[in-house]
Design a protein around this ligand. Sequence first.
Ligand SMILES: Nc1ncnc2c1ncn2[C@@H]1O[C@H](COP(=O)(O)OP(=O)(O)O)[C@@H](O)[C@H]1O
Ligand SMILES: O=C(O)[C@@H](O)C(=O)COP(=O)(O)O
Length: 418
Amino acid sequence: MTVLGAIADDFTGATDLAGNWRSRGLSTAVVLGVPEADGLDALRAHDAVVIALKIRSVRAEKAVAEVREAAAVLRELGCTQVYDKYCSTFDSTPEGNIGPIADALLEETGARVAVVVPGFPDAGRTVYKGHLFVGNDPLDRSSMRDHPLNPMWDSRVSALLSAQTPHAVAEVHVDVVKRGAAAVREAIDAAGARGARYVVVDSIDGADLRTIATATRDDPLVTGGSGLALGAEAKRVAPTDLAGIRGRRVVLAGSASRATQAQVQDARRTMSSRKLDVRALVDDMAGEEQRLLDWVVERWSEDADRPVMLYSVGDVDDVAAGRGASPHASELIETLYSRLAPRLADAGASQLIVAGGETSGSVSQGLGISVLEVGQLLSPGVSWLRGRRRAAPDVNLVLKSGNFGDVDLFSSAWERLA
Ligand SMILES: Nc1ncnc2c1ncn2[C@@H]1O[C@H](COP(=O)(O)OP(=O)(O)O)[C@@H](O)[C@H]1O
Ligand SMILES: O=C(O)[C@@H](O)C(=O)COP(=O)(O)O
């Protein structure tokens, strides 16, 4: 029976969370979109279910409506705790939807108070005295300040959240966390008694996540990045690795994040690659789609085993250039990838690495994927997946969050598919 349920605001975030639950031995299914009632029985066998939505950058009312539907499904599945998964870098604008979604989930779950835990120390996200750090930098001094969709303007998580919710937000700092789960529980309850509905809890290492997870085990709602899932009670089940599906290999990078830029630069040295031309997409989307398909297929015909890469940002100037070519550059790039992905699969692609949360959503939707099985972990937050497509053969996928993964991920990941 399913005990844990999650709602993730993007597809990479969903696989990030599922990978962490899998590493605790929990069998975890990722469903793309709110599943239909007749699809629920297949999910009941899992310990945990993640419903992946593509709502990170959509209007709050629309996002909340989808989240309420997803919450109803998790209730139907009998989940005793709902995990509200947003980005470990709290990606949102002041009009963003993290607050409204959490507010709706307080109502849906009947929770009096919910923790806010963006920390994921394995991936360099820590929260210290309420401030979110990316590596050594406060969030608003990290590369996230230049994000094309969600430029981050503050590092204090309570300030970011307070801009998006009418509810009071409290903080529990690391000195309390280091005293253990009972002290954290007491501090959360005390904050709740003073009227707070959210409590941002510091986490500077994995032990803190385990402490917070223990303290909140019986809470109907927790919120955070994926790190808190690493504190889930472990099951002694050795997770099996996914087998590789034979076929062509392709990298589709639509992420503008700095880590992806470095991965793109690294991969350009080892594989054929081509940068998307936003101007050409504006002028003739269908023609450009065909040209890109032909170009990839020709590269495969030269060497069937070598991956081929399409990318949209090689360095930070490409975002400004893309925007200069069209104010709709982001949508055009997402549309291109979602249309191209199924055509690449028809042309033989069975192993795809996709970079960027929004981009991964577009590609998965384009491929018609309904459920993802989570396999071997490549690096914190990044795993191989098997995507089940509606009326088409399955594919292996990596849906990589923009800022995650080792620099050589695009060339090294393939070896990890048995
Ligand atoms: N050259 C570009 N110019 C403008 N927008 C771009 C460019 N390349 C990618 N984008 C858009 O930026 C967004 C990146 O978001 P996402 O895929 O979530 O990755 P990340 O958050 O890591 O940057 C997408 O909407 C993508 O289409
Ligand atoms: O929590 C995280 O950092 C990731 O799971 C995530 O959501 C990253 O988003 P993108 O950078 O948009 O892929």
